[in-house]
Design a protein around this ligand. Structure first.
Ligand code: ATP
Ligand code: MG
Length: 397
């Protein structure tokens, strides 16, 4: 029996005028992710069909479970729209399944079909009862729900509703830059931003020799995980050593993190302009550490007018960890490599910093020049599903 993956658009269908843009983006994304498979994609305004080879189904399903914009899908048997064919295919579809009770639900978009939905459900139910022993109909809580969609050319029969990952197709929003450290929060923030359709590039601040190549490789490994939700991610690596050292020479220790983060935001703003990105995304979570109190966030955010999106701002750490485990970044994130924040952590970082204090300390050194140097010396690597660690890159330093 021929089968097809039948995708329903769900939330996408509320997009009215923009619908074809959303649908076309979804289609492009699916084709990209399945380019190594023998599939054919057909779509109309409300659904998409993926024709596949049976032996590839399992892999294909694991891939489409990671494509944003898919809210619900079915693996459906296809047959001709006539009673005999529907009867026969339906029996074939269910005959080896374990169930005691069942219900038939028919949707009929082909109004020329001779029977209305309710009548046909009863007819098909009767046919099933006649041919399979020891089962009964239960319309309230059936073990098996047999769904039949009768359309003009073809009829689709399916026994399960699979929940997709939801969200909007990546690329329906323009680019944002994700501040990606090696921690737990920022990969989750990147995942959640992509879920809203945002394309992301990642930015990693390193302070070699205070931070190691292992720390950088950890960030690369994180990108390799989250790239499976999009086509590619450019990872921009910022040499932050000089700025970091100057901060510790010239500013009060308890303001070091506040000022360091203001420098990061300034660099992010430059990078947004350079890369045509419309927002900064990061893993800040309200109250988690001293630099993430609302007062701190005000003083830090004060250096930029670009919107800063904080997808995990209001999540508990345990909720963030749950998502990190789901997207398989957790085990990488907990590897114990220092990142540039942790290397210089002051004993008593200020919880309620004052803007005037921060600006006056910053003016102790020529940070603008250093920011320009950092932006000009950025190293970018493109990571996509075919990315293999580049040994030249590893030996760069
Ligand atoms: P994470 O678990 O993601 O490291 P965190 O709880 O450790 O976050 P901070 O170290 O204060 O929090 O950083 C807050 C956010 O700032 C991070 O989630 C990340 O988005 C960004 N960030 C911090 N350090 C770096 C870095 N070295 N490179 C890029 N972004 C960074
Ligand atoms: Mg961290």
């Amino acid at each position: 029996m021929e089968r097809v993956i039948l995708i329903k658009y769900g939330e996408l269908t509320t997009k009215k005028g923009n619908r074809s843009f959303f649908v076309n983006t979804l289609k492009k994304n699916i084709l990209y992710h399945l380019e190594d498979y023998n599939v054919k994609l057909v779509n109309d305004n409300s659904r998409m069909y993926i024709y596949f080879e049976d032996k590839e189904l399992e892999r294909i399903v694991s891939i489409i479970n990671k494509i944003f914009g898919i809210h619900m899908y079915h693996i459906a048997y296809i047959c001709d729209t006539n009673i005999e064919s529907i009867y026969e295919n339906c029996l074939n579809a269910i005959k080896n399944k374990e169930f005691k009770t069942f219900k038939v639900e028919t949707k009929r978009s082909d109004k020329t079909f001779n029977y209305d939905s309710i009548t046909f459900s009863k007819m098909l139910g009767g046919h099933i009862l006649k041919n399979i022993n020891d089962i009964t109909v239960d319309v309230h809580n059936p073990d098996m729900l047999v769904q039949v969609e009768i359309r003009k050319d073809k009829t689709y029969i399916y026994l399960n509703n699979y929940k997709g990952i939801g969200g909007y197709p990546v690329g329906t929003q323009p680019k944002a830059l994700l501040m990606l450290s090696g921690g737990i929060d920022s990969p989750v923030a990147g995942y959640l931003a992509m879920k809203r359709g945002i394309k992301i590039d990642a930015v990693y601040f390193e302070a070699i020799p205070h931070t190691s190549l292992d720390a950088r490789n950890k960030v690369i490994d994180l990108v390799k995980k989250i790239v499976s939700y999009t086509d590619h991610i450019n990872l921009h690596i910022v040499n932050f050593t000089r700025i970091q050292e100057e901060i510790y020479k010239n500013c009060d220790n308890n303001y070091a993190i506040t000022i360091m983060r203001r420098m990061m935001y300034r660099i992010m703003e430059e990078l947004c302009k350079k890369n045509k990105a419309y927002a900064i995304v990061n893993g800040e979570s309200i109250g988690q550490v001293a630099s993430q109190t609302l007062v701190s966030i005000n003083v830090i955010n004060n250096v930029t007018n670009i919107p800063v999106i904080r997808p995990v701002a209001c999540l508990d750490k345990l909720e963030i960890i749950d998502i990190a485990k789901k997207i398989d970044t957790y085990e990488i994130s907990i590897l114990p490599f220092e990142d540039c924040c942790t290397v210089f952590v002051p004993k008593h970082p200020v919880i309620n910093p004052e803007l005037e204090q921060a600006t006056s300390m910053e003016n102790n050194f020529d940070y603008q020049k250093m920011i320009k140097e950092a932006v000009d010396s950025i190293y970018t690597i493109k990571i996509d599903k075919n990315y293999e660690k580049n040994s030249d890159f590893k030996n760069l330093l």
